[in-house]
Every structure is written in C-alpha cells, then in structure tokens.
Design a protein around this ligand. Structure first.
Ligand code: 16G
Ligand code: MG
Length: 610
C-alpha cells in the first residue's frame, strides 16, 4: 500500500495553443469511426485510446469545476475484458458513475475531429462553468481529479496522459496508482465528505478504505453469538479462496489478510482464512478465470498459481473477482466434485432477506423503510420468484449496467439492493433508513443490550460502512456475504439450496452493425428490427408448449447489443438445460438471419448437461 502522489497544476492555465498542441499530439485513430460511451465508459483495444485519454483528462478537470470544485475520478481499466483492451470509467463527486447529461459532453469532446473543434467545446464548457461559479480572478473554480488504474501493462502510460491533461487545465491530480475500481470510487465519495451520510466515517485513502470495511465486518461478526442462531463457522467455510482473475483484486486482498491477522490477535473470533489464487502475472488477465468466465460459462476457474500456493487448498468455499474487482461470484465443489455457482441473483436474495429480517426485528410491520431489489433481464426467473414469494420484497427490472440499476435502486427504495447476475452490485441506504436507525436508537435506549431488536440495530448500523455504496465492490460484497453466512451458521450449500436456478444459456453473435437491434427500456424485449421480437416470442411459446409446465417461471429469452463488446448477446432460460440451449440456439439463428450476421452461421448448442 503506497500513499497517492499528489500533483498540483499551475494556478495560471496554460495558453490555449499549448492545450491544442497536447490534443494534436494524440490524434484520433484513423481506423476508428467514433468513440462511444458504452455500458461503463470508454472501452477499446489499448492502442486506440491515447486520443480519448488526453481529452478525458481535460474533461474530468472541467467536470470537477462544473460541480463547484467537488472532486471527481478517472479509473483506467477494461474490467473483465482481455488484457489487450483498456478503457476508463468516470466517477462523479458522489462516487457514482458520471451523470448522463455529462456523458454526452464527454462523447462530443472525445469525438471532436481535430484540436480546433475540441477547443471550441472546451471553451463552451469553460464559459458555462465560469457563468455558474464566477471566480474573483476570472478563472475556473478549484478542480481535483483522482486517478486510479488496474494492472494492465498499458494502464500506467494511459494514466500519465490523463494526469498530464488534467494538470494542463490547472487541476490538482491525486494519483492513487494501482487500485481496484471500487476503491477509486470510494476515494472520490469520501473526498467529498459533505455528501457522505453522518453514520459513515470519512476515510478517503487506501488504509481508510480497508479499515472502515474490515472493522465494520469484524463488528458484524461479533454480533454472531448473541441471537442464539448463528455465529458458527462450519468446517467448510474456514478457508475462503479468492480467484483474483490475475488482476488487481488479488493484490489488494493481501492487506485484508494482514488486518485479519491483527484482528485475530486482538481476540476477534469467526474470521476465515483468506487464500488468494490467480495473481497478476500468474496467468492471463480474465482468461479462463475470474467472475466473468465463471459466471458466463458456469465453470470453475483455471488455477494458474504455482503448486505450492495451491497445496492443501479446498474448493468448498471460493469466490471469483473480475479484472478490476467490482464483481464477485461465489462457487464450490460438492463432495462429488460437482461445481455449483452462486451468482449475483443468489447474493441479492441472501442480502435482501438478511436486511429485511433484521429490520423486522425492530419494525415487525415492515412499513417504516421501503426495501426492494433491482435486477436486470439477466436475473434468473427462479430468483425473481423467490424474492417476490419468499423474501416478499419489491422487485424492479432495470437496464443492464451499473448506472441504470444504481439509479433505479436509489429512485425506488429506502434500502435498495441491486445485483446483476454477473455479480456486480451493492446496497444503497437512503435518508429514511438513517432516520429509522436514529429513531430505533432513541426507542431502544435503556432496553437490554442483547434483546433481538438491539442486536438488529447494531447489525443494521454497521452495514452502510461495510457496504461500498458508491458502486459494486468485490471485496466489500465478499465480506458482507461471508458475515451473513457466519451469522446464519450456513455454508455455500445451504445458501445454494434456497432455490434452484432455471437452466440457462448465454451466447453472443457477431453482426455487421449491432445498433440495428433496439430494445425496450429494461431490455426484456427487442423493438427493432421489427420481425425479431415476434420470432423470439414464437420460439418462447413453442418451448413453453413443449415443456408443458403449469408451475414455475416460463421459458424466456431476450437479446441485446452488448455495451462493452462488438457483439449481440443472447440469454435463454427454460425448465431443462436442453430447452435453454435450444432456445438460445434459435435466438442466435434469428439474429444471424434478421440482423445481418457476419461469418458462418452460428452452430446450435448440443446439450451435454441435463
Ligand atoms: C459493464 C457493466 C456491468 C454490465 C456489463 C454488461 C458497469 C460498472 N459495469 O461491465 O454492469 O453488466 O458491462 O456488459 O457498469 P455488456 O453490455 O457487454 O453485456
Ligand atoms: Mg468490472
């Protein structure tokens, strides 16, 4: 863990001609028609990025100024993409994703054909900001940009471009070096302390990030024995194995291990042993390992670490992070060596039922705080049914991508749990939750410390600090899940058996232009090309008739253009693996035929699992 490097930009802005020549030095790649801001920012093969990165360095400084000097962030990563790709995610001052209105400015600036036009956009934004926040010296307000990067070989070079361009604008740049995406979002959220709820201690550096999380996690474990139910670590949850996807997450777990050592020495019980596999350099980033691979293919990760690191390792309690550690899925091998996946849907079920149960210990009617879960079209139908019928919570379906699910959770609920099936998610606590905690505190004062309502209050009060509310965070989510399992005395098998997933299949198809496919707001149905949805619906109806089941979710499939790759994604689920595979095969063929498929026709899946 190293301290960030702070660079101060000059208080006198560099002359426009110099800024223009910095832009000119990194021209638009001739092979790229335009940059688009995808599901999570710009993401392209690394050699195409220098132009966009210089411009986004300038842009992020302007964004900070446009918020009256609040601090913003730039994370250099292509997340779960292969090593050759890179990209950036922009964090707004609340720690969340860049505001949608400013996304448009970012895209326009990235795509300005030359420095002259880029300078016009820069001066328009500058004029607007100066009008909004007039300064005595006639300049822009204070600008602060936090920069972080993942472990890709080209990330340091790209980070330098962002730093240089932001400094040229006169911004202060806080360069955090190699960090995970959620760490960078955390730093930004905590740097703007006035936006933080009072219950969360302000910690805007790396050691603070670990401490706040580890201490609230340990405090949560300490409530374990009190309710007479849990506080049990079963033999097969004593060692938690973390597949770091050969990326940044693997490096960062080490600090937790050290903190856990200290906590142990201080008498904290219930901590698992952490064992990390798949470090950077041990294998190719995100390849045959990590959350994306494990979740999409429903297969265990390859273990690249040397044999001595794997010695004595059990596969009974494992997690996989993605390349920038903002996603996590759990998995285990049962006694027969069968692989079981616990994805984001299962995490949503575990977390939302835990929070609701604790809330009900204080407010049995469940009226004081509106809880709910936000899912995407990818959520397994069984999870949605379980949430509605067993957890008895509200469910909203939003468009894929954190910026959409996050906004929906914020909009609809006082405690909004969102998890994409791929493992990206978190919990958002709104003002009504904090009021509820304050009122419960007053009401329960003087009552026995260990009555159930008091235990619940203690637990609920710890959650806002343990959970990274700026964005999904593999480390925070992993600790949250582990704590809940411990409090319940469960292992992964008990959790897995809450409900059985509908068999599903995911696939992708290459087409000449994926923008010919449009979908409705939450991507559950295609709206263009015209014939597509009708044909998909017939395929679903035919499958429903063939399966002839009156109970449970019906077979379902949907297609959507990917926001991170040049492909159209297909999702299908049915009551049998055979059904899901054949529905997915049919959808792939329909895309190929109706949407301009390229290359040879997709091969149908041959079912090999029942
Ligand atoms: C990005 C998104 C993730 C989404 C995925 C979909 C963020 C931080 N990450 O990784 O939420 O599920 O893209 O990818 O927003 P796709 O559009 O290629 O299917
Ligand atoms: Mg990621």
């Amino acid at each position: 863990m190293t301290a960030p490097t702070i660079h101060h930009g000059s208080s006198i802005p560099i002359p426009p001609a110099q800024l223009a020549s910095l832009i000119d030095a990194h021209p638009k790649p001739p092979t790229l028609s335009s940059y688009s801001y995808g599901t999570a920012g710009f993401r392209y093969p690394a050699p195409l990025l220098p132009c966009a990165f210089v411009r986004m360095g300038i842009f992020s400084a302007l964004r900070s100024a446009s918020l009256g000097g609040e601090e913003v962030g730039v994370m250099i990563t292509a997340s779960h993409n292969p090593e050759e790709d890179n990209g950036m995610k922009l964090a707004d001052s609340n720690g969340g994703m860049l505001d949608a209105a400013w996304e448009e400015h970012a895209v326009s600036l990235a795509n300005a054909p030359n420095s002259k036009e880029a300078m016009v956009l820069i001066s328009t934004l500058t004029r607007y900001i100066k009008g909004k926040y007039p300064q005595k010296n006639g300049g822009l307000p204070k600008m602060v940009v936090h920069v972080g990067r993942d472990t890709r070989s080209h990330s340091p070079g790209l980070a330098k471009l962002v730093v240089r361009a932001a400094l040229a604008m006169g911004a202060t740049v806080i360069d955090h070096g190699e960090v995970s995406t959620p760490m960078l979002h955390h730093f930004v959220m905590h740097a703007n302390g006035h936006l933080l709820p009072g219950i969360i201690p302000q910690r805007c550096n790396e050691s603070g990030y670990y401490e706040i999380m580890a201490f609230s996690y340990a405090a949560l474990l300490r409530t374990g024995k009190l309710d007479g139910v849990g506080g049990k670590r079963l033999a097969n949850t004593k060692e938690l194995v973390i597949d770091g996807a050969c990326g940044i997450g693997a490096l960062k777990i080490d600090t937790f291990r050290k903190i856990f050592g200290k906590l142990n020495a201080e008498g904290c019980v219930g901590l698992p042993m952490l064992r990390t596999v798949n470090f950077p350099g041990e294998g190719p980033l995100n390849e045959i390992c990590g959350a994306e691979y494990v979740q999409k293919l429903q297969l265990p990760p390859n273990l690249y670490s040397p044999k001595d690191k794997l010695m004595g390792m059990s596969k009974g309690y494992m997690t996989s992070f993605d390349g920038d550690a903002d996603r996590v899925v759990f998995h285990f091998e049962d006694v027969n060596g069968k692989f079981h996946l616990l994805d984001g849907d299962k995490i949503a079920v575990l977390v939302s039922s835990f929070i609701q149960e604790e809330l009900r210990c204080i407010d049995p009617d469940g009226q004081a705080v509106k809880c709910g879960v936000v899912q995407t079209a990818y959520a397994n139908g069984s999870s949605t049914l379980y949430l509605k019928n067993v957890v008895k919570t509200n469910v909203v379906v939003a468009k894929t991508g954190v910026k959409f699910v996050h906004a929906a959770a914020h909009h609809h609920f006082d405690v909004g749990v969102y998890f994409e099936a791929n493992g990206h998610g978190t919990v958002l606590f709104g003002p009504k939750f904090y009021d509820f905690i304050a009122q419960a505190d007053a009401k329960l004062r003087g009552t026995p410390r260990n009555n159930r309502a008091n235990i619940a209050l203690r637990r609920l009060r710890l959650l806002p600090a343990l959970v990274n509310q700026s964005v999904g965070d593999a480390m925070s989510d992993m600790l949250l899940v582990d704590a809940i399992l411990y409090l319940r005395g469960w292992d992964l098998n008990t959790w897995a058996q809450l409900y059985s997933d509908m068999p599903s299949k995911q696939a992708k198809v290459k087409v000449a232009d994926r923008t010919v496919i449009a979908t409705n707001d939450n991507e559950t149905a295609a709206t263009a090309p015209e014939a597509l949805q009708k044909a998909l619906q017939s395929a679903m109806d035919a499958m429903a008739a063939a399966e002839n089941r009156s109970d449970g979710p019906k077979p379902r499939c949907f297609v959507r253009p990917s926001g991170t790759e040049d492909a159209v994604r297909v999702y299908a689920e049915a009551n049998t693996q055979n059904g899901a595979d054949s529905l997915a095969s049919e959808a792939m063929m329909l895309i190929y035929k109706l949407c301009g498929g390229v290359g040879s026709p997709p091969q149908p899946f041959i079912t090999n699992r029942l």
